[in-house]
Design a protein around this ligand. Structure first.
Ligand code: RB5
Length: 148
């Protein structure tokens, strides 16, 4: 199950991404926002990331104006590995090497076609493990209070 969320800037792009998920036959849960009325991105980034942390969803796709704020909000939730990106290469490698579980992008930064290409790549890539697992474990260790 994919968590999806946006602030008021991402409403139209979220609809397009939901259509892509429908096309791909993937299930998702929409954590809002549901209107173009101005709202606060931390609320929606948090709610979607919390669903991932709680195991209700296994990954999240988040959209705000730049992708930055909603990604920062998600990254405050334990266990989140957030990739804010505007290109397919970064999205792909964030899965292969960093096992990112949250993808964010900016509705004011990239167009719908690029957002769809990024989303498709991110959803179909797999984590390579190996030496990358050690590094991802180190990220978790930092979150758990370790000093490296
Ligand atoms: C809203 O104006 C804008 O600040 C928000 O969508 C986002 O870009 C924040 O990071």
């Amino acid at each position: 199950m994919i968590a999806i969320a946006c602030d008021h800037t991402g409403i139209e792009m979220k609809k397009e991404i939901c259509s892509l998920l429908d096309e791909m036959g993937l299930e998702y849960k929409d954590f809002g926002t549901h209107s173009t009325a101005s709202c606060d991105y931390p609320v929606y980034g948090y709610r979607a990331a919390k669903a991932v942390a709680d195991g209700e969803c296994d990954r999240a796709i988040l959209i705000c104006g730049t992708g930055v704020g909603i990604g920062m909000a998600a990254a405050k939730v334990k266990g989140m590995r957030v990739c804010t990106c505007s290109d397919v290469y970064t999205a792909t490698l964030s899965k292969r090497h960093n096992n990112s579980n949250v993808l964010t992008f900016g509705a004011r930064v990239i167009g719908v076609d690029v957002a769809k290409m990024i989303t498709r790549a991110w959803l179909t890539e797999t984590f390579e493990g190996g030496r990358h697992q050690r590094r991802v474990d180190m990220l978790q260790a930092i979150e758990d209070g370790a000093e490296l």
